[in-house]
Design a protein around this ligand. Structure first.
Ligand SMILES: Nc1nc2c(ncn2[C@@H]2O[C@H](COP(=O)(O)OP(=O)(O)OP(=O)(O)O)[C@@H](O)[C@H]2O)c(=O)[nH]1
Ligand SMILES: [Mg+2]
Length: 286
């Protein structure tokens, strides 16, 4: 039995969470086209007959700008301790540049093997992929470099095999059928936030956070927090249309997670400056 932990590093929005989901064979982390979607460390677990690969999905690696991003970066830094390797994710559709080199400096200095995943290669020309692979290869002394598409699953199996190779002999850290360490209430809050992110744009996605107050039999009560009254009006929508749509999109996934039909009761509240509120970040587990 091989087992162990691999941290997933990369700039915001390169597809780390999508790739973790693909490697685990199911949804453990929420995904969106907005940067800073992932705000807490989430273990995604890939189980095989003779391995357990635990992937630490993380917020995007960035220079902190405020208390929230400071907390996010602290989460990233802590996750680099005690791992068997790092999966460094790059976006093949984007320029590989300063941001990636900033991360490379850190991950190649950790003293553990680094596997690079060049993600989002779907529908790209082979010549372009080859050029990007050369640029990626210059980032540091990597163990392997895999072009993949987390979206189509292309190359994901080979990448999983490569990561399992990094693991030493070891015990099961989680039950053999577990896919994540995240508790139901947190997963429900994340699913609601994912749908809220789908429906909002500009600065608003960053101002949204979700907390589940209670899950009692068939009733799930959650609060969507924003920072201002005007943001609250947007998220509620005309005659409640937006918050209703968030609920409609989230409910099937919440029901699949909990294994029963539920009534999803969503409220929207303004909580000024929650992103700068140490106690609130703590409460949210950020
Ligand atoms: N075309 C394409 N898009 C992808 C692929 N993987 C991820 N995406 C898209 O990229 C966007 C970001 O994906 P996420 O998985 O949320 O990215 P992330 O790196 O976890 O982002 P943060 O948590 O914000 O740091 C989403 O719109 C995904 O659908 C891929 O292989 N191909
Ligand atoms: Mg993410």
């Amino acid at each position: 039995m091989r087992s162990g932990f691999v941290a997933v590093a990369g700039r915001p929005n390169v597809g780390k969470s999508t790739l973790v989901n693909a490697l685990c064979g199911g949804k453990v982390a929420i995904v969106s086209d907005k940067p800073q979607t992932t705000r807490r460390r989430i273990f995604g677990i890939a189980n095989g007959a003779d391995f357990q690969l635990v992937l630490a999905d993380l917020p995007g690696f960035q220079r902190p700008r405020d208390l929230l991003t400071e907390h996010l970066q602290r989460t990233v830094d802590q996750a680099f301790e005690d791992v068997e390797g790092v999966l460094f994710v790059l976006d093949c559709r984007d320029r590989i540049g300063g941001g990636d080199r900033f991360i490379a400096e850190r991950v190649f200095g950790l003293g553990v093997p680094v596997v690079i995943a060049l993600n989002k290669v779907d529908r790209l020309k082979p010549g372009h992929i080859a050029t990007q692979m050369n640029t990626a290869a210059a980032l540091g002394d990597f163990k392997a470099l895999h072009p993949v598409s987390a979206k189509t699953g292309d190359g994901v199996g080979e990448l999983r095999d490569e990561l399992v190779e990094l693991l030493p002999e070891g015990p099961l850290y989680f039950p053999a059928d577990a896919r994540t360490d995240v508790q139901d209430d947190v997963q429900v809050a994340e699913l609601v936030r994912e749908k809220a992110l789908e429906l909002t744009r500009d600065e608003l996605p960053h101002a949204i956070t979700v907390e589940v107050e209670e899950i009692v039999e068939r009733t799930v009560r959650a609060v969507i927090y924003v920072e201002t009254e005007s943001q609250k009006q947007i998220v509620i929508g005309r005659a409640g249309s937006m918050v209703r749509e968030i609920g409609t999109r989230a409910r099937p996934e919440v029901e699949a997670l909990l294994g029963r039909r539920v009534f999803l009761e969503l409220r929207v509240k303004a909580r000024p400056k929650w992103r700068r509120d140490e106690a609130m970040l703590e409460r949210l587990g950020i």
